[in-house]
Structures are given as C-alpha cells and as structure tokens.
Design a protein around this ligand. Sequence first.
Ligand SMILES: [Zn+2]
Ligand SMILES: [Zn+2]
Length: 390
Amino acid sequence: MNASHPVRQKIRAELEAPSALRRFGSGWISGVLGLVLGVAGLLLVLSLRAPGSFSMPEIRALHPQVWFRLVLHGILLAAFACSALSLALRRDRTLGTAGLLSALSSALLGGSSASALAPDPTPFFLGLDFFVLNVLFTGFLFIPVERLFPKNAEQAVFREEWREDLFYYLVSSLLVQVLTFLTFAPAKSILAFAPLTGLRAWIGALPFIVQFVAIMFLTDVVQYWVHRAFHRVPWLWRFHAVHHSAKSMDWMAGARMHFLEILALRSTTVIPMFVLGFSAAAMNSYILLVYVYSTFVHANLGWSLPVLEKFLVTPRFHHWHHGIEREAIDVNFAIHFPLLDRLFGTHYLPAEKWPSGYGIDGHPVPSGYVEQLKYPFRRADEKSPPTGSP
Ligand SMILES: [Zn+2]
Ligand SMILES: [Zn+2]
C-alpha cells in the first residue's frame, strides 16, 4: 500500500481532523458515519456475492433471513443519508463523497438483495463479514460510552496509531477459520487422550451459572500464568511487547496482539473449558463475555468502581497493567479476578489514581503491523526502522 496516496491521505486527514473541525454540526460525525456504514455495506455485499470466500459459515447461514437483508438495507440507506447530510454541512467534501461512493458501489453490486455469483469449491474462507460485524458491534457499543465517560477526554476516536489497531482487528477477523481451528487443536488432542467421561458428564449437568463462573475462574488461572510467562520469559516478552506498545487505551487497543501470542493465549486458555465438559451454552456465553470484557478493560473509560474493582477486573485495573511507570511493570495479570494477583503477589491498584501514560519505556517496538509481526524475530541489537503505515 502506498502511504502517500492522495485520496487516502485526504480521508485520513479528515478522520483525524482537529477538534474544532469535528464539533457537532460540522458534518464530521455524519461524514464518518456515512463512510463507515458505506464501507461496511460494501464489504457485506461482497461477502454476499462471494460467500464461499468472504463469509463465515455462521453468518452465511443468516443470508436468506429477511431481517438480515433488512439490516443491510438499513445500513446502506443510513450510509446514503449520513453522507448526504455531511455534504450539506461540511466544506470539505472528502468524507461525504467517499461515503456516497461506497454506498453507491454497494447498490451497483446488488445491495441488500445481492446473491452469490458462484459456489466456492474450497473449504477455506476469510471472515470479511465477521470483521464488519465485529467492528460495528464493538464500535457502536463502546464509542458512545467512551465519549460520555472518558478517562482521557482529549483522546479522539481516530487517535494516534488507530490504523494499526484496526488492522489487527482486520487480520484476526479475516483469519477466524485458521485461528479457531488452531485454538481448539491442543484441547481436542488432550480430550482424545483422556476422555474423562464421568467427570465431563457431572460438570456438564451443573447449573448454568455455576458452569459459567467456573469457566471464568479456570480460564483466568491459566490466562494469569501464561500472561505472566509472557512477561517474565525474555523471548516471550518480545511477542507480548507488541500488545504493550499501545500508547493509547481504548476499545481498539486490546486488538493489538502478535498473531502467535493470540494463538498461544487462546489455545491454552480454552483447555480447561473444553476438556472438562462444560455445556455448549456455558462455553458460548463465556466466549461472548470474554470478547466484550477484554475490550471493556482496555476502553478509554474513566469510571471509578471502588466496590466492583475489589472482585472483578475493571478498566483502571488493566490500565495499570499497561501503565508506563516503573510501579506498573509486571503487575495485574488477571483478566477477570484481581484475587489471582492478590494470591500470587502481583496486585497493584493505588486508590483513585490512574497511570500517567501507556506503553513501554523507550518505546522499543516499531510502528506498523508487519514490523510488529517481525519484531520478536529481530536481533535485539537491530535498530527499529522508521515508523510507517500498518
Ligand atoms: Zn501484559
Ligand atoms: Zn491489555
């Protein structure tokens, strides 16, 4: 990709416009919404046209549903309406035009009534529609709350390095098939070796809420030690440093994680849940929870939750894990229960205070997805390349 492409540069400059040019009534909000919904609509229409290549089977199963088509129709109409509003309100027409062109392209490709061009012969797919729904769901859930209750009110939605973090979302959503397969492979092997039939039947029959809390706890115990190893073992730290290189905390920051770390973390944390025979309902509910929860703890949310933070991990607890100051190094490894950090001597949560900044002292990790992917494999004495695009 050419970072200096003039259209991309103009769109980026508009998205990252100074706050005076983003105020309510300036056509910025409608322009961003028009562009986001226009691109989302276009990618969803592409996944309808080539479902074998760009649609996740679980979402593909929804394609014939009337409500699914209505939602897509609504997205495209909203993209048109928001882009038109932005064009009317805003002097700079970049966002409005880009949104309108995306929505128009979606309509030309068949819009909400688009059908598959041809069956795909391969069993492999990229989760393009998963990416769209993932970002729309998470963004629409967290951005309004972050705007209302920000920890850092100065931080814009399109803050420094937002493109990198969005790219992390893109890669892990596109590769959902391979990630899911590899995530469950070790657990399946263990189960084949040790079927544990009696224990599994007993656990699977426990009340839902007991199973759910047990999954949270067991997963967090494994997560705690794997996470701690990623901090304490030097060659593992080079992978995990990518996650800690985020200088801003928000709903996008948690997505920044080296691909191999995602695999290591997920494939180990699912072992107790999968091997011990928890019910599908409890496992699926937990997977949804951990998805939203891990976004929540990174979010730019300034809530003070003095009672809750004694029992459950809150944004302030995990923000301290990402803090740049010395006392924030190697603390707060848990992702659900601070109790684990108390038990193992790594708990740090000074009353009311937040860290003064985020990232790693000296910022050793280079910018850009590809550079970060290569970072753990580089010789330690190699100099970081200049910062670039993701
Ligand atoms: Zn960490
Ligand atoms: Zn984190």
